[in-house]
Design a protein around this ligand. Structure first.
Ligand code: KG4
Ligand code: ZN
Length: 392
């Protein structure tokens, strides 16, 4: 089965074509085409993702990304094309996106229907305006080409991309635990089997990635802050810089599996307030913050593992690209829990992409009813992640 997948939940516009041979979860996957445009440079000047701008950029970029992915997959064939303009329904679907409608009309009149069996699109969680662009685009394609479309949960995509080796999904031992750490989420998800999810812990305020981005802003670093902090923290460790301040470890000893990161961000704000920071101060602060976050994540994950008899641990979401967190998890669990299988995503697949959406689309089409998926809050948009629109 060939899957065309679409991701527009935040600031990456991505389209892939993946071929799945066999059934989920034992299928073999081949990446036939993969196109991704990151809007990071556009949002940097706002200090965060601005939803209205992100939406406009997705609308502008979706057709070029689809064209690139189909071209790579050898699916861009000239031909009769479809009379898109004739369809009032499609016009209604894309009535707020005139440019997208025009680009799509042009595209489908120029090229023949590609050989695609399923369209997978991120339906949530994410920024509501940007999700709608992707969903309406997917619906329009589904109507024009008469291809079924499946709604995908972005977080399930992160889980699956972490256990994907480029062609297969790992043979997971259950129960498994996924620690999902991204710009919008921090969740501990227990999996009793494939497609069976239960949320057993979550942040009560900021997500980890959000905390990285906000602390970076307090330190005068550009968006997105995660990679910046990671880089400076590494320099601080290499130079063995003394601690800048002692930061708290929020909820480290609470008896539940929840997290809280807004207090940590506030502690950084007080520590740096009205101080002229030297370059070494900023590096030391970045390291102190990264250490505090890592310690809390490790301890809560360990608690979940021992309370729930976990066999496999999956780290996923944009923050799982962080090398200190990856190394700390590998070292700690390798030493203390040698029987536990640990899965880390390929750093290229840690942050948002559409390959993970194709994998989740395949899962959804093979397991149409998975009631516990509700635990991952499908469709619910996660609010406004724009740092520019809120105070720290
Ligand atoms: O999964 P993702 O691409 O988007 C969401 O679904 O939110 O995650 C983006 C987040 C941002 O907050 C970014 O700062 C963070 O992941 N991030 C990192 C690193 N790379 C990306 N955080 C820490 N260290 C990194 N190396
Ligand atoms: Zn994500």
């Amino acid at each position: 089965m060939k899957i065309l997948s679409i991701e527009t939940s935040c600031d990456e516009t991505a389209v892939s074509i993946i071929e799945a041979t066999g059934d989920f979860p034992t299928a073999e996957y081949k990446i036939l085409g993969n196109a991704l445009f990151s809007q990071i440079d556009i949002h940097r000047e706002y200090g965060g993702v601005f939803p209205a701008v992100a939406k406009r950029e997705h609308a502008k970029t979706l057709v070029p990304m689809m064209e690139k992915a189909l071209h790579e997959a050898g699916e861009l064939k000239g031909g009769e094309g479809e009379a898109l303009a004739a369809s009032e329904t499609i016009k209604t679907l894309l009535d707020r996106e005139l440019e997208l409608f025009e680009q799509l009309s042009q595209f489908v009149s120029e090229y023949a229907r590609p050989d695609i069996d399923l369209i997978a699109v991120t339906a949530g969680p994410g920024l509501e305006p940007t999700l709608w662009v992707g969903v309406n685009f997917a619906k329009a394609l589904a109507l024009v080409w008469n291809i079924p479309v499946v709604a995908v949960n972005h977080m399930e995509g992160h889980v699956l991309s972490s256990v994907f080796d480029g062609s297969n999904l790992a043979a997971l031992q259950f129960p498994a635990l996924a620690l999902l750490i991204s710009g919008g989420h921090t969740e501990l998800i227990k999996m009793s089997g494939w497609s069976r999810y239960e949320k057993i812990g979550a942040t009560r305020d900021d997500a980890v990635g959000e905390a990285f981005d906000k602390v970076a802003r307090l330190l005068g670093l550009p968006y997105p802050g995660g990679p910046e902090i990671s880089h400076l923290a590494k320099l601080a460790r290499a130079a063995n810089l003394p601690a800048f301040t002692k930061l708290p470890r929020p909820m480290l000893d609470s008896k539940d599996l929840d997290f809280s990161f807004s207090g940590l961000k506030t502690a950084v704000r007080y520590a740096v307030a009205d101080k002229g920071l030297s370059e070494d101060d900023i590096k030391a602060m970045a390291r102190d913050f990264e250490d505090a976050v890592t310690e809390v994540l490790l301890k809560k994950t360990e608690r979940a593992i021992s309370e729930h008899g976990i066999q496999s641990l999956i780290l996923g979401g944009g923050v799982s690209a962080n090398s200190h967190i990856r190394d700390s998890f590998t070292e700690f669990f390798g030493r203390e829990y040698p029987e536990l299988a640990l899965y880390l995503p390929d750093p290229k697949l840690s942050t948002d992409n559409s390959i993970m959406i194709a994998l989740a689309g395949h899962a959804r089409s093979s397991t149409p009813t998975a009631p516990t998926l509700e635990a991952l809050s499908l469709i619910r948009a996660s609010g406004n992640r724009s740092l520019a629109e809120e105070t720290l």
